[in-house]
Design a protein around this ligand. Structure first.
Ligand code: 3QA
Length: 229
């Protein structure tokens, strides 16, 4: 029996899970809704944070400090940077960074502020469990680096810049902030993303077409992981 948080950013990333769970309680708190449910001997706490690093920081804190989550699984979509990642493919982040955290004016590297590291690691145990689950399901799970920032990337030049500086495989807008909260509060963190677009020109059209399906691929996977925890 564990209290497991499942966090997404957008309704599309969490409502598929609420539909599967069917029975859940809704708790309104801090300008958002949190949902509790039982699943396979575990207590789940689910939420979509709303978009961006600040909203996801708030939700991760609430899930841990108020709802006492003992592990946090993030599920959602991302823009692919690595050409080996195709739309619908799953990526588990081994580490994440904030590509828009910028005090380079003072000679610091992009993504760095004093007292923190550029990269925030996720939980190795959860990541290896995910690889086992993928093997069992017969699906490919990619592992790699995610760059997080408060911008929807749909520009080839921006994409290449972030990709080359951080060797990032994908971009999104919440992962690094959630991982930072989990690391600070010593809660194991897992960040999963299914590709919805390739973050280049016209990414917003791919996103609109593929967000629902890719979000479900990711959501189904984290629920499978709960069965193994
Ligand atoms: C941004 C969502 C935010 O939560 C981050 C999707 C997929 N492709 C991305 C990309 N750059 C950055 N992030 C992503 N999520 C989409 S907002 C759409 C708003 O529609 C990951 C992500 N290329 C709301 C209705 O108007």
């Amino acid at each position: 029996m564990m209290k497991i948080a499942i966090l997404g950013a957008m309704p599309e990333e969490i409502t598929p899970l609420l539909e599967i769970l069917k029975v859940y309680e809704k708790h309104d708190y801090a300008n958002n809704s949190y949902y509790t449910a039982n699943y396979k001997n575990h207590e789940l706490i689910l939420a979509y944070s709303k978009i961006g690093k600040v909203n996801s920081t708030l939700s991760a804190c609430v899930m841990i400090e108020k709802f006492k989550a003992e592990a946090l699984l993030f599920t959602g979509v991302a823009g692919a940077f690595n050409p080996s990642l195709k739309i619908g493919d799953l990526l588990c982040a081994t580490k994440l960074c904030q590509y828009d955290l910028d005090i380079t004016a003072f000679g610091h590297p992009l993504g760095f502020v004093p007292g923190n590291e550029i990269f925030i690691k996720t939980d190795e145990r959860l990541n290896s469990l995910a690889l086992e689950v993928a093997k069992e399901l017969g699906i490919k799970l990619h592992t790699g680096i995610i760059a997080t920032g408060d911008e929807f990337i749909c520009d080839e030049a921006k994409k290449e810049k972030i990709r080359s500086i951080f060797k990032a495989d994908a971009c999104e807008m919440e992962g690094a902030s959630v991982a930072l909260v989990c690391e600070a509060l010593k809660v194991p963190c897992f960040i999963l993303r299914a590709m919805s677009d390739e973050a280049g020109e016209k990414a917003e059209f791919d996103f609109d077409e593929f967000v629902v399906n890719s979000a479900k691929i990711s959501a189904n996977f984290v629920l499978k992981m709960c069965e193994k925890l």
